[in-house]
Design a protein around this ligand. Structure first.
Ligand SMILES: [Zn+2]
Length: 106
Protein backbone atom coordinates (compact mmCIF):
# COMPACT_ATOMS: atom_id res chain seq x y z
CA UNK A 1 0.00 0.00 0.00
CA UNK A 2 2.75 2.41 0.97
CA UNK A 3 4.51 1.36 -2.20
CA UNK A 4 1.52 2.42 -4.27
CA UNK A 5 1.26 5.82 -2.59
CA UNK A 6 4.94 6.49 -3.15
CA UNK A 7 4.64 5.59 -6.78
CA UNK A 8 1.65 7.87 -7.25
CA UNK A 9 3.50 10.82 -5.72
CA UNK A 10 6.64 10.08 -7.65
CA UNK A 11 4.71 10.37 -10.88
CA UNK A 12 3.85 13.98 -10.04
CA UNK A 13 7.41 15.08 -9.37
CA UNK A 14 7.39 17.13 -12.54
CA UNK A 15 4.27 19.09 -11.64
CA UNK A 16 5.04 22.80 -11.56
CA UNK A 17 3.27 25.93 -10.52
CA UNK A 18 1.84 27.85 -13.48
CA UNK A 19 4.22 30.77 -14.16
CA UNK A 20 1.39 33.28 -14.37
CA UNK A 21 1.85 36.74 -15.82
CA UNK A 22 1.42 39.45 -13.20
CA UNK A 23 -1.66 40.73 -15.04
CA UNK A 24 -3.23 37.29 -15.46
CA UNK A 25 -6.19 38.03 -13.16
CA UNK A 26 -7.08 41.23 -15.00
CA UNK A 27 -6.60 39.85 -18.51
CA UNK A 28 -8.33 36.53 -17.84
CA UNK A 29 -11.32 38.34 -16.33
CA UNK A 30 -11.58 40.39 -19.54
CA UNK A 31 -11.35 37.23 -21.63
CA UNK A 32 -14.18 35.58 -19.72
CA UNK A 33 -16.28 38.72 -20.10
CA UNK A 34 -15.77 38.46 -23.87
CA UNK A 35 -16.78 34.82 -23.70
CA UNK A 36 -13.30 33.67 -24.71
CA UNK A 37 -10.80 31.30 -23.23
CA UNK A 38 -7.81 32.90 -21.52
CA UNK A 39 -4.24 31.83 -22.17
CA UNK A 40 -3.22 29.80 -19.14
CA UNK A 41 -0.12 31.95 -18.54
CA UNK A 42 -1.10 35.55 -19.35
CA UNK A 43 -4.89 35.41 -19.43
CA UNK A 44 -5.21 37.17 -22.79
CA UNK A 45 -8.01 35.74 -24.87
CA UNK A 46 -7.18 33.09 -27.40
CA UNK A 47 -9.10 31.85 -30.39
CA UNK A 48 -9.79 28.29 -29.38
CA UNK A 49 -10.18 27.16 -33.01
CA UNK A 50 -6.75 28.48 -33.99
CA UNK A 51 -4.82 27.62 -30.87
CA UNK A 52 -1.81 25.39 -31.52
CA UNK A 53 -0.66 24.56 -28.02
CA UNK A 54 -2.24 23.30 -24.82
CA UNK A 55 -1.18 22.27 -21.36
CA UNK A 56 -2.53 19.82 -18.82
CA UNK A 57 -3.78 21.62 -15.76
CA UNK A 58 -3.74 19.69 -12.50
CA UNK A 59 -6.91 19.53 -10.46
CA UNK A 60 -6.06 22.43 -8.20
CA UNK A 61 -5.91 24.80 -11.18
CA UNK A 62 -2.58 26.27 -10.10
CA UNK A 63 -0.23 23.64 -11.44
CA UNK A 64 0.71 22.04 -14.72
CA UNK A 65 1.47 18.39 -15.32
CA UNK A 66 4.22 17.40 -17.65
CA UNK A 67 3.06 15.56 -20.77
CA UNK A 68 4.59 12.40 -19.39
CA UNK A 69 2.73 12.70 -16.10
CA UNK A 70 -0.53 13.51 -17.85
CA UNK A 71 -0.22 10.34 -19.94
CA UNK A 72 0.62 8.21 -16.89
CA UNK A 73 -2.08 9.68 -14.67
CA UNK A 74 -5.11 10.97 -16.64
CA UNK A 75 -7.13 11.29 -13.43
CA UNK A 76 -4.84 14.08 -12.31
CA UNK A 77 -6.15 16.38 -15.01
CA UNK A 78 -9.50 14.99 -16.15
CA UNK A 79 -11.49 17.51 -14.10
CA UNK A 80 -9.93 20.68 -15.51
CA UNK A 81 -8.57 19.18 -18.67
CA UNK A 82 -6.35 20.82 -21.23
CA UNK A 83 -6.01 24.58 -21.42
CA UNK A 84 -4.82 26.78 -24.25
CA UNK A 85 -1.51 28.61 -24.17
CA UNK A 86 -1.03 31.49 -26.59
CA UNK A 87 1.84 31.63 -29.12
CA UNK A 88 3.61 34.50 -27.30
CA UNK A 89 3.68 32.61 -24.04
CA UNK A 90 4.91 29.45 -25.77
CA UNK A 91 7.85 31.48 -27.11
CA UNK A 92 8.50 33.21 -23.80
CA UNK A 93 8.55 30.01 -21.77
CA UNK A 94 10.95 27.55 -23.38
CA UNK A 95 11.31 25.89 -19.97
CA UNK A 96 7.76 24.58 -20.41
CA UNK A 97 8.67 22.48 -23.42
CA UNK A 98 7.92 19.16 -21.73
CA UNK A 99 4.56 20.55 -20.57
CA UNK A 100 3.20 21.94 -23.82
CA UNK A 101 1.19 19.75 -26.14
CA UNK A 102 1.19 20.55 -29.83
CA UNK A 103 -2.41 20.46 -31.02
CA UNK A 104 -2.82 18.30 -34.08
CA UNK A 105 -4.36 19.99 -37.05
CA UNK A 106 -7.67 18.60 -38.18
ZN1 LIG B 1 -0.35 34.04 -22.95
Amino acid sequence: MIDMIEKKQARRDEMIEIPRHKRYDEWSTNSYKLGKFPCVICGKSVNIDLIKHRVYMANDGEHLLSIKEAMQDPQAWEELGQWPIGPDCVRMHPELKSYIVQVEKK
